[in-house]
Design a protein around this ligand. Structure first.
Ligand code: AMP
Ligand code: MG
Length: 317
């Protein structure tokens, strides 16, 4: 009798353990994949039964967003917009419409500190080429005449935009990765997966972290100008996005002066600030991306006000 009781308990414990292992194995089936897109290293870590399928779909979709928004690809939608004549309706995709409506809202709310029509100036600085030269001030002044989000009209119902001035060009470098993160997050959710999407400085966390009892994800804030992986602050994050804009992300030195890629649309020069980076935590990565660039240009006081207005957390360092 005692032996039967012992066997029954053993079987019960075994079944319990098996059930737990199966459940645990189901959620911890992870898949990690890395590709070079948006001129940066993009890594997706997915947990869940369909992790591989979800990660593959993520890359296929974010590659499409990259192709639509790439300033340097002659076939991209952004290049088509930039080469289209002014005062005519230009048809845009639904992705473009979604990006532009949030981006233009931040252009307005930041009084043009964030300005997606910065392209004529950012093209002169050309951080991508590695030439590391300072543009002629006269050229900057002329280029600034073609910068102003007010000269761009968006009609989301008709899915069209109108450029009100010849020479108006869009640069979505401060918004596109955020949008791609949001699309990727939706794909993970659709597959019932959780995970982290990291598009070089734009990080989106999806669902609950299966490796943490609280379900929260830990995101380290890189110390500016130190090798990646060195953190002095860590954020605890739910299903949210963390986006950083930093002077250390793209820069060069000329005569011991640092020139970085976040341009003040008033001067056409890299924004000079006492901090090196700003991080935004928000539900939407597109919003966080636009805000991080805007708040870098605005500085601590006005930037904090703007972030608050959109319900986002902000950290300057
Ligand atoms: P982020 O790293 O998100 O802050 O975006 C920086 C990128 O946005 C730059 O590399 C430019 O392509 C573009 N950019 C630079 N300055 C501005 C600005 N003031 N407003 C909007 N986009 C900008
Ligand atoms: Mg940004």
């Amino acid at each position: 009798m005692k032996k039967i009781k012992y066997i029954t308990i053993t079987i019960f414990v075994f079944m319990l353990a098996l059930g737990y292992i199966l459940k645990y194995a189901g959620t911890h089936n992870s898949y990690k994949s890395t590709q070079f897109l948006f001129d940066t290293t993009c890594t997706v870590t997915v947990y869940g039964k369909n992790s591989k399928k979800a990660a593959e779909e993520v890359f296929s979709e974010i590659e499409k967003i990259h192709k639509l928004t790439s300033y340097y690809s002659p076939d991209s939608e952004i290049s088509k917009i930039n080469s289209s004549p002014s005062n005519q309706e230009i048809e845009i995709s639904s992705h473009m419409s979604d990006i532009l409506s949030v981006a233009l809202e931040i252009c307005k709310s930041s009084d043009g500190a964030f300005d997606i029509t910065i392209a004529p100036v950012s093209e002169l600085w050309d951080f991508k080429s590695g030439k590391n030269s300072i543009p002629d001030s006269e050229k900057i002044e002329n280029a600034l005449k073609n910068v102003g989000y007010n000269m761009l009209e968006l009609n989301t119902e008709k899915s069209v935009i109108i450029k009100k001035r010849d020479g108006l060009k869009l640069d979505l470098g401060g918004a596109a990765k955020g949008y791609a993160c949001d699309i990727a997050a939706k794909i993970l959710e659709k597959h019932g997966c959780c995970g982290i999407i990291d598009l070089g400085g734009n990080v989106s966390c999806v669902g609950k972290n299966p490796n943490s009892s609280s379900g929260k994800w830990k995101i380290g804030l890189q110390i500016p100008f130190k090798p990646s992986g060195e953190y002095d602050k860590t954020l605890e994050v739910n299903s949210e996005s963390v986006v950083t804009s930093g002077a250390y992300q793209r820069y060069f030195y000329n005569d011991n002066t640092l020139y970085h890629h976040i341009i003040n649309p008033l001067s056409g020069l890299p924004t000079s600030q006492s901090f090196n980076a700003v991080t935004i935590k928000a539900d939407s990565s597109l919003l966080a991306d636009c805000l991080s660039t805007a708040c870098f240009v605005l500085g601590e006081e006005k930037g904090t006000e703007l972030a608050k207005k959109f319900g986002a957390e902000i950290y300057y360092y």
